[in-house]
Design a protein around this ligand. Sequence first.
Ligand SMILES: Cc1ncc(COP(=O)(O)O)c(C=O)c1O
Length: 463
Amino acid sequence: MVSETHNLTKHWQALDAAHHVHPFADTAALNAEGVRVITKADGVYLWDSEGRKIIDGMAGLWCVQVGYGNKELAEAGCEALRVLPYYNHFFKTSNPYTIDLAAKLALLLPNGHEHVLFANSGSEANDTALKLIRYYWNLRGRPDKKIHISRELAYHGVTFAAASLSGLTPMHPQWDLPLPGFAKVPAPYWFGAKAAGYGDIDPEEFGLLIARQLEDRILELGPERVASFSAEPIQGAGGLIFPPATYWPEVQNICAKYDVLLHIDEVITGFGRTGEWFGCQTYAIHPDIISMAKGLSSGYQPISGVSLGKRMADTILNANEEMVHGYTYSGHPVASAVAVRNLEVIERTGLVPRVKNSIGPYLQRRLHETFENHPLVGEVRGHGLLAAVELVPNKPERSFFPEIGRVGSHCRNYCFGSGLISRAIRDTMVLSPPLTVSEGEIEEIVAKLKDAIDRTAHDFGKM
Ligand SMILES: Cc1ncc(COP(=O)(O)O)c(C=O)c1O
């Protein structure tokens, strides 16, 4: 007998297939398979329309810091919806929610970042950041500084500029990108160094070597033409690439030497994910400009921001002309109210020190204990509540599977099947759970991931 819930699922799947175009999807294949309909969420769990309970090891798309179902955030949003559901900031106006949010961020952001512009997504934040970088150099009388350097395997979003900045090459051909004026340098991906021909180099030496390729690139392009270097403190969607300790100090010296603005994308690493409020603080990075989104509202509302460090703020905010930029929803009152409450909850419940001192180290320890010597695992790496388990055919060789992504997606399907969301990036299984995740829930995640990796190893003859 076909149940009522199953009929409802079929109904939604059919309507979705008929009318809804999904992001990052092969539409025809997805429609043939039928989408999974998520109907509710609470804590670290999701439920689908078939009533299946799923543990979300990814906090949505790396964003639900406070977990699902937080009533305080819901109430803050409801109140703003009742009191001031919308107004803009164009007509010499502001509103208390957005003012509070900007002031709160100025307290939390790295030193010198006291001014924030708001947008609605990480992509828009990065687009805005690049425009501000161009504007800065124009105001400084350096209009030739127009080239934006970023890294291979970087993910910065999907607008024309953010996708051009991204270094995941499959993102480009469909849209004839990157635009002119974008250049790339390698990522400090030590695990991949051997396969890339760097031999048995140790991580610290590799960090320096990769940083110095930024210098080579700047010199090749001409420092007088290079506007900025953009990077995530830890590369997220590129496969969780944690830079060796030598990398960031050297990159910062190089940017300073050639007067290249340092643009840091904190869209994933912001708001406690690494055990500090921002990834910049974890790696002692001093950026000129920062993009943020996701954890700013724990994903409860679409909101993002760009903060200006002192030298950019001094120039741009004293330009004495209209800055011709901004969105209808920049600093939306409802999104701002939710974001303010989100930051208050993160602060009051001590989630950032929790990630640094207890739950982050717990996740890392349990993953190392479980997977360090697994026959299918090449490396377990992580920091705070970001973690990756890289699946490889040969650990000592640090080589990759010939058909990149096949083993990872096979394992990801086992995870889904057992009610765990872990993302496969190439053949790396990635975790980024809500900052509220408990030790018991981490045990559930680790056990389900172990089962999926064991089964994958068996299917590919590694066990
Ligand atoms: C580091 C980084 N920057 C930017 C973005 C783009 O954000 P959005 O999808 O909100 O446009 C993402 C999204 O995952 C991201 O991980």
